[in-house]
Design a protein around this ligand. Structure first.
Ligand code: ADP
Length: 648
């Protein structure tokens, strides 16, 4: 009962202190691991987005410097004074020849009269004819072209509260851009507004994976799946406003503007001349491409490919041969800016499985770590509890042991005292009675001695102080003497005692399992006192645990186990008593251990006899085992090694 309570207490302790926290820990870790792929992807996306934005910034700076270079070269190549109307051609052609960025030049008077290309000065070549036919209306200020503006700037009043007067104009623009970029709700509102005003931005050439998730507000769900969000992600962030040449050139002295014609994009440079006319050129495509690409950071790394997509969605850089990219679906992409509409800086993953494999590595590492942690926590906890439990059991057994030893000492002492007093008071009792009293007293003294020997022996072996004096011991003779010395007492107590020595009886039953009963004395090298004590303890147990079936058989024989192992002298001490349950046959040799049934409880004991017997026999190189006896009862079998040579 107490043992059961102890076990359930320790079980509860183990569950609360070790198992429960470990399981919770494992669950938390598994949850983290399951989200690892999303985390890795998010981290990678924000890293690459930062790279792409950086590239866009560099391109913007590069475009500025293209404008500045053209401004510089135009002012040195073409005199500020109105060129002699008869000969601007030389200066203009010279400019184009010397400045690689300068493409076909144009000159427009303050009245929007096209001075160059001039068909009247010289016959036009094909390029000039095409240029004029595409731009004539625009140069004459009669037609508009689309000029792009950041949608957040265009609709800043709608983004910020219209009545909001907190911001200066510059701040206002920045606030609007910031809100537009970080809040999906704002983006949706702006696009709806643009659509309603008939100014919907164009579709982008690419459909980036929903990159805006990385800067999402309030976790409103990803941009994918919900139709509105998709439109937002796939629409350009620039809206067109249609302007004439006069509108474009009204506020500045020089500048750049994009010119889309027949699906192709050109960049135009212009600068105001002293006479109010406008000098400009188309920026040379090839030179512009070179400048822009030079401004991009390293294109290919182990993780990603970076490229610049033109207005048709075609890469302007060469991609590695073996890449099979869906160019329309970059991992992240950004539009270059209002001067290069529909162009995008796009980043693709070099290896599409990189997210899964990176997450896999982390998952495996965390998984292994968690498993290791769990196993070590569980094992550690289990070991601690096991040792705690065995310590507690031992402590309980020691207490029982002290009680039992006291009891065991008291019983023989009481009966010795009783008989001694009878002898003292009844001097007239018969010789026969006196002899019986004395014999009982001697037997009780022997029991006392045995008990004290066991207790002393136990503490000696506990402190490993026990010393043996080894010599030849005739096992048959020794056992026969022991049995004979106990015979009278045992028979008086109702036992039938039999002894079979090695040479006594060739028909003894043990021969069937390999025994050889035909030998003479079996002589082993051992400490005779140790063997005697072991045999006495086993005989005493046979007596104690016999119950009503009072039969004790002792047989000694030699056993050969083939040429490989040494021959053994075997001593079987057999009873027909209460038996030992199979599950207890090993445990009964542990110190203080007693079988926990009622039959055992009826017999007093210390739980030390078998511990000592086994230790002593093992110290002689042998062993003891407990076996079931066919027909009921127990066999305790001592085996001691015999010398290799047979004794003659
Ligand atoms: P003790 O007899 O003092 O209890 P032992 O170490 O000699 O201690 O024996 C340990 C336990 O083994 C006993 O309590 C008993 O339950 C069991 N046992 C030993 N010998 C026998 C036997 N011959 N028959 C049945 N049970 C036995």
């Amino acid at each position: 009962m107490r043992r059961g309570r102890l076990s359930s207490y320790l079980g509860l302790l183990f569950t609360l202190a070790v198992l429960l926290p470990s399981v919770v820990l494992v669950l938390i870790a598994l949850r983290a691991v399951s989200q690892e792929e999303a985390t890795v992807e998010k981290r990678l996306r924000s890293t690459l987005l930062a790279e792409v934005i950086h590239a866009v910034d560099r391109l913007a700076a590069e475009i500025d410097s293209v404008g500045e270079a053209l401004l510089g070269s135009s002012s040195t190549a073409i005199p500020a004074e109105p060129p002699d109307s008869a000969s601007p051609s030389e200066a203009l052609r010279g400019w184009r020849d010397r400045e690689p960025l300068a493409g076909l030049p144009f000159l427009v008077s303050s009245e929007f009269e096209i001075l160059w290309p001039d068909a009247s000065a010289a016959p036009l070549d094909a390029e000039e004819r095409l240029f004029l036919s595409a731009n004539r209306g625009f140069f004459r200020n009669q037609a508009t072209i689309p000029i792009y503006r950041n949608i957040a700037v265009a609709y800043q009043e709608e983004i910020l509260d219209q009545a909001d007067t907190r911001y200066a104009p510059d701040e206002k623009r920045q606030q609007a851009i910031a809100q537009y970029e970080t809040q999906k709700r704002v983006r949706e509102k702006v696009y709806r507004q643009a659509e309603e005003l008939g100014n919907a931005p164009q579709r982008r050439n690419v459909i980036p994976d929903s990159e805006s998730d990385t800067a999402e507000d309030g976790g409103e769900g990803g941009g994918r799946g919900d139709g509105r969000g998709d439109v937002v992600e796939r629409s350009s962030m620039f809206v067109a406003e249609h302007k004439t040449l006069e509108d474009i050139t009204a506020e500045d002295e020089w500048g750049l503007f994009p010119r889309m014609h027949a699906g192709r994009l050109s960049l135009f440079f212009w600068s105001r001349r002293a006479d109010g006319g406008i000098l400009g050129c188309a920026v040379d495509d090839e030179a512009l491409r070179r400048e822009l690409l030079a401004a991009l950071p390293g294109l290919h790394t182990a993780v990603r490919l970076l490229t610049l997509l033109d207005e048709m969605g075609v890469p302007l850089t060469t991609l590695p041969d073996d890449t099979e990219l869906d160019l329309r679906r970059p991992f992240v992409a950004r539009e270059v800016g209002p001067l290069l509409p529909r162009r995008e800086v796009a980043a693709y993953l070099s290896d599409p499985h990189i997210v899964a494999s990176r997450a896999g590595v982390v998952k495996t590492a965390i998984g292994a770590l968690v498993l290791l942690l769990f196993v070590s926590m569980a094992t550690g906890g289990f070991l601690v509890l096991r040792s705690l439990r065995s310590e507690m059991t031992l402590a309980r057994q020691r207490t029982t042991y002290v009680t039992n030893v006291s009891h065991e000492l008291k019983t023989p002492l009481t009966s010795i005292r009783l008989y001694a007093e009878m002898l003292k008071n009844y001097e007239g009792t018969s010789r026969e009675k006196r002899r019986r009293y004395l014999a009982t007293m001697v037997a009780e003294c022997e029991r006392l001695t045995r008990l004290i020997n066991n207790v002393l022996d136990f503490s000696k072996t506990e402190r490993t102080e026990r010393r043996y004096s080894t010599g030849p011991v005739d096992v048959t003779g020794l056992c026969r003497e022991l049995v004979e010395s106990q015979r009278t007492r045992l028979e008086q107590a109702g036992f039938r005692v039999r002894f079979r020595g090695a040479a006594d009886d060739t028909t003894e039953p043990q021969r069937s399992d390999g025994a050889d009963g035909s030998d003479g004395p079996l002589v082993v090298e051992a400490d005779d006192q140790a063997v005697i004590q072991a045999v006495i303890n086993l005989l005493s147990n046979a007596e104690k645990y016999s119950g009503d079936n009072r039969e004790i058989d002792v047989s000694v024989y030699r056993r050969d186990n083939g040429p490989q192992s040494r021959p053994r002298a075997v001593i079987d001490i057999m009873d027909r008593g209460i038996g030992v349950p199979p599950s207890d046959r090993q445990r009964i040799f542990k110190q203080f251990y007693r079988v926990g049934d009622d039959l055992t409880a009826a017999v007093t004991g210390t739980g030390l006899g078998l511990t000592i017997a086994r230790r002593q026999v093992r110290d002689q190189g042998g062993d003891i085992e407990c076996l079931d006896r066919p027909g009921g009862g127990t066999i305790f079998r001592i085996r001691l090694p015999l010398p290799e040579q047979r004794e003659s």
